[in-house]
Design a binder for this molecule. Structure first.
Ligand code: ADP
Ligand code: ZN
Length: 778
């Protein structure tokens, strides 16, 4: 027998190997194997078995990794789709479907020595006092790790060996599973009685899970495409004359739902009950959440419902804060079918849950679902493809859906489910926009706190309520600038200014992490002004100014600088929850999914920051950010208040966020997208060339453009832009030029791009990367 193997080293080819007699029956499609390649031993994945090969003198497979095939046929198919659609080599796609800790043979189960009581007949043999004490512990526990026993009994291994000699106990290695949440004490929870909106949403999802495809407007239980359109038109009139055409002339069955529910509308409860239904049907579920909201709180809600008592292993958790060993164990629990529910970040979409009934993508609009290195897949989109391949129902949830997903509802591709009220009867917070231009007119330097916000903070401190202040920028001051000559301290490797970090007294690049000391005078030879100063604003400076204004307040900062250790995140949130902190200052890290009943004030220091990005999604991001942050206020008994400080207070993204008006925002933004032919009216492929020599990169980019024109000229509606310097031209000493391609459909474009990138000749030191559906244009 011959096995066809994709190797992990990037070669874009498959190689045939012999299955030696010693491994007969152990090699299957999806097996991870180690094979000889030249002088080396490399890892790979079997993608097919065959009777014979076109090649002679085949080498044998050296060994098989793991007892079960690691890549199941379904996941293999998904990996192939990723390779094709995202334009990357199959081995690159395959690599991403298994966690590092599973792919390599070094990781394995942890074995510990266990002491176990053996059955004995007749009288207990005569034991010394010490031995008897130890024996009682073992007898009671039946079995326990040796280490734990030694601690418990305050004894040494010699005593245990005596008991072993007497035939009372056995000491043997045994697998001990690592449980990343083993220390938490989780109280079981019961399903809540659902309110109307929740019940309707759940009924629609259950119907789809039963294979019932609802026709448009058929059932009042479900907001159909017609209703979605009617809703949209009621808001702003028809924006798109083609909106009624079915996509590609055929209809996709309504197995994908968009659950648009305001923060606190009880989406999680709907997820929980839908998962319970999948279990009832004998199926499993995958829940994706952005890495940032994978807090113990989130995991706990799922474990509390499904993982208590005898069901302890039902929920597996996969994310980057686990140790390699923990990840190994969690993954294998899923592969062995013991864990039926997986909750995790992006890559959990590849969890080998089988059969799969349901996929939930919470906060579906989050751009962290897009992987920023090859394979550059979008986990939400992979979820939809996987759902279609495996007949699983997919639920995308968000308070601020992406324009793409909402548009897909209007096109009848997804079914829209809406929950417009908070489940807990709490009111939506009052949002006040503060015009910072007025504050600026009164003072001289750039203001941080408007009088209104200062007053509101003081009030909260008086009433022992809590506040969150939010600024999407780390550091102390953005830049170091000389007021005389205008010199700005920049990074020597990137086309970016350096950020001042007060505590370390250093300038730091947020792209390449370059640091340098603060110059005592302006570095400009001709200037040498000693009064060089900091302008702009970062979280550190907010924290410091706050401490001066409110010397008695307990303030904590939460951003990636303040959180150096794995546990910091948990600890600070824990302290905040129990009221040991009055004011939390942070970056977007604190904007998501957190739930603090005593927070009655949220302040957004500069709402405009996110608007000034060279990205067609800048407006959408700002709207989402403001809405999400505002959702943090007033989750307890007291009504919440949100202050949004802005220099452009009348920008639509800010105004619609103030009114919690998603539909209004969508309506005006979608018009703009259609006019400029941006997604969802097109699909984008971004080609980036990078190299250390700017001339060479530029020249290669022009060459690439001509080749693209030649090869892709036949694709309908193709729009080609560039080459242009990337918004951040120079990053980590590399110059970058970009070409942007837009077309109605991606499939044909990906295919031709894959061929082109394979064939094109570029200078050695210039590399080309392809990003399909890019989330970031930096
Ligand atoms: P979301 O996920 O939409 O932000 P959550 O699921 O976190 O909302 O729900 C917000 C709050 O409302 C939670 O405290 C939750 O326990 C509560 N809740 C949800 N559904 C119900 C319900 N049917 N009855 C009472 N309380 C509910
Ligand atoms: Zn840099």
């Amino acid at each position: 027998m011959i096995a066809r193997v994709t190797l992990e080293i990037a070669l874009r080819k498959e190689f045939d190997y012999l299955i030696p007699p010693g491994l007969t029956g152990q090699v299957d499609v999806g097996s991870r194997v180690q094979v000889p390649f030249g002088q080396r031993k490399v890892l790979g994945c079997v993608t097919a078995l065959a009777e014979e090969s076109a090649h002679t003198r085949l080498k044998p497979i050296l060994k098989v990794i793991g007892a079960q095939t690691l890549v199941t046929p379904k996941i293999l198919k998904l990996a192939r789709w990723i390779g094709d659609y995202y334009c990357c080599a199959p081995e690159v796609a395959l690599k991403s479907v298994l966690p590092e800790a599973v792919r390599h043979e070094q990781a394995g189960w942890r074995e510990l020595l266990y002491v176990r009581a053996l059955p004995f007949s007749g009288e207990l043999p005569k034991l010394a006092k010490r031995q008897k004490d130890v024996w009682h512990i073992i007898e009671e526990r039946r079995e326990l790790p040796l280490k734990e026993l030694l601690e418990l009994a305050q004894t040494t291994a010699v005593t245990i060996r005596r008991l072993e000699d007497k035939g009372l106990v056995s000491v043997a290695p045994q697998i001990s599973e690592r449980d990343p949440y083993g220390r938490e004490h989780i109280l079981p929870s019961q399903p809540l009685p659902l309110n109307d909106a929740q019940a309707k949403a759940l009924a629609a999802i259950k119907a789809a899970m039963n294979g019932v495809i609802e026709a448009e407007g058929d059932k009042p239980a479900l907001v159909s495409r017609t209703e979605a359109l009617a809703h949209l038109h009621a808001v702003g009139g028809p924006h798109n004359s083609k909106a009624d055409e079915p996509v590609n002339g055929k209809k996709t069955p309504a197995r994908t739902f968009l659950l648009h529910g305001v923060t606190g509308s009880g989406k999680t409860e709907v997820y929980l009950q839908a998962i319970a239904y999948a279990l009832e049907q004998g199926k499993g579920a995958i829940v994706l959440v952005p890495e940032i909201s994978l807090t113990p709180q989130t995991v706990e809600r799922f474990k509390a419902r499904f993982s208590s008592g005898s069901l302890q292993t039902l929920v597996a958790v996969l994310h980057s804060h686990l140790s390699a060993g923990e990840r190994h164990d969690e993954w294998h629990k899923i592969r062995q079918g013991r864990a039926r529910i997986v909750i995790g970040a992006r890559s959990a979409i590849f969890a080998p849950v089988e059969p799969l009934g349901l996929i939930i993508v919470d906060e579906e609009h989050e751009h962290t679902y897009k992987q920023q290195e090859a394979p550059r897949y979008h986990a939400r989109d992979v979820a939809i493809v996987r759902g279609q391949m495996e007949g699983a129902t997919v639920v995308l949830g968000s308070a601020t859906p992406s324009l793409e997903s909402f548009y897909n509802c209007s096109q009848g591709k997804y079914t829209l489910l809406r929950m417009i009220e908070r489940a807990d009867d709490k009111k939506m917070p009052v949002v006040r926009i503060v015009d910072m231009r007025q504050t600026l007119r009164k003072g001289t330097s750039t203001p941080i706190f408007s009088p209104q916000l200062k007053e509101a903070i003081a009030q909260r401190l008086d009433r022992s309520e809590q506040a969150i202040l939010f600024l999407n920028r780390r550091g102390y001051a953005t830049i170091l600038q000389c007021p005389l000559c205008g010199f700005v301290a920049g990074c020597p490797n990137c086309s970016l200014s350096l950020t001042f970090h007060r505590q370390e007294q250093k300038l730091c690049c947020h792209v390449c992490a370059h640091t340098e000391p603060v110059p005592p005078v302006c570095p400009n030879e001709k200037c040498r002004n000693p009064a060089i100063r900091y302008s702009g604003l970062g979280t550190q400076r907010v924290e410091e100014t706050l401490a001066k204004l409110f010397p008695h307040a307990r303030i904590k900062r939460m951003d990636s600088d303040a959180l150096k250790r794995k546990d910091d995140f948990r600890r600070i949130l824990g302290d905040f929850r129990v009221g040991k902190i009055d004011i939390l200052v942070g970056t977007q890290m604190i904007a998501k999914g957190l739930h603090f009943p005593n927070v009655t004030l949220v302040g957004i220091i500069y709402a405009d920051l996110a608007l000034h990005q060279p990205d067609f999604r800048a407006s959408e991001r700002t709207f989402q950010l403001l809405t999400q942050v505002a959702g943090r206020a007033g989750r307890g008994d007291v009504e919440g208040e949100v202050f949004v400080q802005a220099f452009t207070p009348f920008h639509p993204a800010i105004q619609y966020a103030r009114r919690h008006d998603f539909a209004g925002f969508y309506e005006q933004e979608i018009g703009f997208r259609e006019q400029l032919k941006y997604p969802p009216f097109s699909r984008i492929a971004l080609l980036t060339l990078k190299g250390r020599n700017e001339e060479k990169v530029k020249f290669s980019a022009e060459h690439l453009k001509r080749e693209v024109e030649k090869a892709l000229g036949g694709i309908k509606d193709l729009v080609l832009a560039g080459p242009a310097p990337a918004p951040l031209l120079r990053a980590q000493t590399y110059y970058r030029y970009q070409i942007m391609l837009r077309a109605r459909r991606m499939t044909a474009l990906s295919k031709s791009l894959a061929e082109l990138t394979r064939a094109i000749a570029l200078p050695e030191d210039v590399t080309l990367s392809v990003d399909i559906d890019p989330a970031d244009f930096g």
